[in-house]
Design a protein around this ligand. Sequence first.
Ligand SMILES: C[S@@+](CC[C@H](N)C(=O)[O-])C[C@H]1O[C@@H](n2cnc3c(N)ncnc32)[C@H](O)[C@@H]1O
Length: 275
Amino acid sequence: MNRPQLYAKFSDLQKTDNSFVLDNYLETGGWGDGESICDIGCGDGTFSVEGLAPRLPDNFERLIACDVSEKMLDFARDKYPLPKFEFVEFDVSADDVPDEFRNAFHHVFSFYTMHWVRRQRKAFKNVFKMLKPGGDILFTFLAKSSLYDIYQNMSKRKKWSQYSVKEYISPYHGLKQPEKHLQKLLNNVGFDVKVCKLVTRSFHFPTLDVFRNTITAVNPIVQKLHPDDVEEYQEDFMAELSSIKSVVVENVNNNSDKSIREIHKIFVVIAKKPE
Ligand SMILES: C[S@@+](CC[C@H](N)C(=O)[O-])C[C@H]1O[C@@H](n2cnc3c(N)ncnc32)[C@H](O)[C@@H]1O
């Protein structure tokens, strides 16, 4: 994901789900003075600074926001040159964590990122290492989405079949009981799991254009296409919408404008590293 400007404008779906999760699951009653916080997969930085931080006790010591994309980080650094925030390059599924991240954080958050990560076990092991004993995580990310079904249908079309989509689909999308699978993984890594559940969410895109831009901001295939092919890809993508039951295209106010309702399932994960 390398389109910070577009993502900053067209990520209401992600921000709405993230806010829902924090408003319903974040508990900061037991927090002390000077807590150290990490947000993994901060993207353009907007949600770390404007969504997460305002919901935290304001006496936290620092918030390290990490991402694997330098383009995202550059955008975030430019937009938010703030004293308690630092934007750092870090791949959560790297072979190991840097020394300065080891036992470094009281709280690790992650929003709309872990579905991009193939090496789930390695990533959660790294997060475990990053926490201080007694530290906790609150993660939310996509488990299942109708948009993944569209990606899969698109790859069956001859013209787009050369673009593999497998690595961009949540590793939990095809599983019957994703929450059981993830709970087991977290327990194996050593976490005490408090919440590991799926929540069904729906999102209303007010226009087709907002929908198209939201997808383009996160769709890695679009970035691989020859510029001359982008429009045709987007048209085919829109044409696939009608084949997906959980995506509803509606007329707006009886005129020719259309809006889109879409349903997806997110994980809510709260877990603790034992003292
Ligand atoms: C959809 S954005 C989420 C941004 C922000 N957290 C939000 O909710 O608006 C996902 C971000 O995860 C980052 N990402 C993907 N794989 C990652 C990895 N292995 N380690 C760290 N960040 C990763 C991408 O570069 C991208 O910026």
